[in-house]
Design a protein around this ligand. Structure first.
Ligand code: NAD
Length: 497
């Protein structure tokens, strides 16, 4: 139930609303319309900001391009590019509480989480990639002449920055995603134009103010706000943007991939998922049950890797269902600023209605509601944590990403069915396996089609691990050493001595 206890909401500093263009915070010229930032926990309007036009995006791309081509940027020592990211990390750290509160206000994420997870990830991400800037090496290649002759050759490779990167981010992890695009792009020598989600742009706007303070060269990082179909599409279509680093829905990712063909842009696509949480009979249920609940209910299910399909071995099925249902019923919905709150709102009425409709469709098809299954009638856009049973693999609830606090449970009656059941989805982002049998765990990890497989845990992000998915979950990887491939192109240099 909605929590009504008293708590103090921290002082919140709003951004100016100005976009970051060529090193300056400006009111966009082309934007005639504005977008309201809405507090999803109350429905109240926080402030408004610009819906940038294609013309604004063009200016930002030209600034990023001019910076990229400048002698100053090309000659900057990699260590000094890293230093820019370190400066920004210090500033984010100094403004951590304020940024965490702004993120909670704008996105409805719990303050405890935005501070401990989102801001930590942001600061760590800046430092992690700052270290990469000075460690980008090519290779010496042993040459194989086609025609043996007297000539002697030497060959080596370099990794060159791709050029201007267009970063496009979703609303569920706003400041963290902004840094996930900006930090590697700068570390690997690219320049950036970033467009945050129109549903939660405020921390990215505030980040723009800190980027100015951190002393980035004009044009190295530009931030434009606006709608996907307008500002986002303009970035994707722009011939001077050489790469799109996108995180968001599969439908938008498919549109971006198709549109990128015209200019042969490089793309990395971090898209949706329908990840299984697999609990075997020999699992430590004291960890697996709360683990399975957290896998789906954290951030109200608005996590791309959420464990939204719960596959449980017959012998422990009833205990797991009772345990997860008990947790779901007991979770406290409420203000993201109340320390007692465990579940915040969904981002928008549209998202809440989508969750509600897809659950209703599942029930229509025969799914049984074990817990939740309804909207929380209160201000803001809340949906009760929901557990569905008797879910058939062909039902829409089982196949589509819901992006809400809804988990669909299925019984595993035959061990040979674990891998086919886990892989029976158009997505391939993540999975978790809960078992005490390590041999079995590692063998399953090999055979499950997913970018990440967690063993006895779920939703643990690690900047040093490649992150991304296969099938409809995307293309490419952005974290860890794989990020080098995402933001640079190899160049072969061959010389006749
Ligand atoms: P979305 O696709 O609706 O929007 C994402 C971004 O794309 C926004 O900035 C939006 O303005 C922009 N956009 C929309 N249409 C566009 C177009 N035609 N051209 C260019 N840009 C366009 O996604 P969302 O609803 O904001 O986010 C939720 C989705 O993101 C879920 O599917 C979730 O799984 C996914 N996600 C994936 C990851 C991951 O790393 N795999 C992480 C977080 C979220």
């Amino acid at each position: 139930s909605q929590n009504t206890a008293h708590f103090e909401r921290p002082e919140i500093r709003l951004p100016s609303g100005r976009i970051l263009l060529n090193g300056e915070l400006v009111q966009p010229r082309g934007a005639e319309r504005t977008i309201d930032a809405i507090d999803p926990a109350t429905g109240a309007t926080i402030m408004s900001f610009a819906a940038c036009s294609a013309e604004d995006v063009d200016r930002a791309v030209n600034a990023a391009h001019a910076c990229f081509e400048s002698r100053a940027w090309q000659a900057m020592r990699p260590l000094d590019r890293g230093r820019l990211l370190e400066n920004l990390a210090l500033l984010v750290e100094r403004h951590r509480e304020e940024l965490a509160a702004l993120e909670s206000l704008d996105s409805g994420k719990l303050l405890a989480v935005t501070n401990a997870i989102d801001l930590q990830f942001t600061i760590d991400g800046l430092r992690y990639f700052a270290g990469w800037a000075s460690k980008i090496n090519g290779e010496y290649v042993t040459h194989n002449p086609l025609v043996p002759e007297d000539a002697v050759y030497r060959a080596y490779t370099q990794r060159r920055p791709i050029g201007v990167v267009g970063g496009i981010t979703p609303w569920n992890f706003p400041i963290g995603q902004a840094i996930q695009k900006i930090a590697p792009a700068i570390a690997f020598g690219c320049t950036v134009v970033l467009k945050p989600s129109e549903e939660s742009s405020l921390t990215t706007l505030r980040l723009g103010e800190l980027i100015v303070e951190a002393g980035f060269p004009a044009g190295a990082v530009n931030i434009v706000t606006g709608y996907g179909a307008e500002a986002g599409a303009a970035l994707v279509d722009h011939p001077r943007v050489r790469k799109i680093a996108f995180t968001g829905s599969t439908a938008t990712g498919q549109r971006i991939l198709a549109a990128s063909a015209a200019t042969m842009k490089r793309v990395t696509l971090e898209l949706g998922g329908k990840s299984p949480t697999i609990i075997l009979a020999d699992a430590d249920l004291d960890r697996a049950i709360p683990g399975a609940a957290a896998a789906i209910f954290s951030n109200s299910g608005q996590i791309c890797t959420a464990g939204s399909r719960l596959l449980v071995e017959d012998a422990v099925y009833d205990r797991v269902m009772d345990g997860v249902a008990g947790i779901a019923e007991a979770l406290r919905l409420g203000s993201p600023f109340d320390p007692a709150t465990q579940i915040g709102p969904l981002i928008s009425p549209r998202q809440r209605d989508r969750v509600s409709q897809i659950v209703a469709a599942g029930v229509q098809e025969g799914a049984e509601v074990v817990a939740g299954g309804r909207v929380e009638e209160t201000a803001g856009w809340f949906y009760r944590p929901t557990l569905l049973a008797n879910v058939d693999p062909d039902m829409v609830v089982m196949r589509e990403e819901i992006f809400g606090p809804v988990v669909c449970a299925t019984r595993i009656t035959d061990r040979s069915q674990i891998v086919p059941m886990a892989n029976d989805t158009p997505f391939g982002l993540a999975a978790s396996v809960w078992t005490r049998n390590l041999d079995h765990a590692h063998l399953l990890a090999e055979r499950i089609d997913a970018g990440t497989v967690w063993l006895n845990t779920h939703n643990v992000l690690d900047l040093a691990m490649p992150f991304g998915g296969g099938k409809l979950s995307g293309l490419g990887r952005e974290f860890g050493s794989e990020a080098v491939h995402a933001f640079t192109e190899p160049k072969a240099v061959c010389m006749r001595l």
